[in-house]
Design a protein around this ligand. Sequence first.
Ligand code: CP
Length: 311
Amino acid sequence: MTETSFLGKSLVSIRDLTREHINLILDEAEKMEKIIHSGKKPLVGKVMVSLFMEPSTRTRLSFESAMHRLGGAVISVSDPKSSSAAKGESLSDTIRTVANYGDVIVIRHPMEGSARLAAEFSSVPVISGGSGAEEHPTQALLDLLTLKRELKEIEGKRIALVGDLKYGRTVHSLAYSLAKYKGVIIDFVSPQSLKIRDEIKTDLKEAGLEFHEEESLINVISRVDAIYMTRIQKERFAQESEYAKVKDAYVLTKKIMKEAKGPIPVLHPLPRVNEIDYDLDETVHAVYFSQTFNGVLTRMALLNLILGGKI
Ligand code: CP
């Protein structure tokens, strides 16, 4: 595995990466804080097309920040209503067009399979910034970097993934990636109606991952090394009444965290609605804002590897 392993490659699913690929990206990400302060600009002359057909704050802006910090340029669609998709243009035509405008495309789209379809039609590498409720591979990479920084070692750790496990794409990518680490145990904590999908459970079993399913957060809190909270994905529900039944299923507070076995980290891909009380923000458990900075480092690493920047 070398720095050239990613040159010109797309990233549409975390499942396409081996543990060695992940190690390389995380190692490169650790170098990026120094690059920010050194003033080195390895991607001068390169252009990133940022094509966001669903709302985003962190993924779009951290990718754009990453590209700017590496010296590259960014052109973007941040609102599908302002692109020709609103006139009925197909995704494949959009991709074949914008591939002529840049050296890499970062895409977020509401359709499952959209990133892979984009990669098939693109003449430049495509990075998924989230494909419907399916996957969010770069979020998993920054989650792994955060876990590694907080726990020192991911192997052998027990991690609770909590909330909307059915529609939460970050959870799907994170679970697949954790299955690549020896001895990890996952506690999936969700309401009955938002359980992790059967096909994902089948894949995780085949990968040899030990996991358990629970409805109660209190039942797992004292045995885990980290908690990964997620938002209930209101926008994916067909009926608001179904969302209302589960929207407050889990609210993590300072009081509840007293049951934890120590100063364990609480992660969240964000945005949060009310699943983490603001009183937790000032505690040692809250790592969800440093997690967003890790997103810049991870995306810098990935862009630099794909575009062949010399650091
Ligand atoms: N974590 C994440 O994907 O956040 P955004 O929706 O703001 O990009």
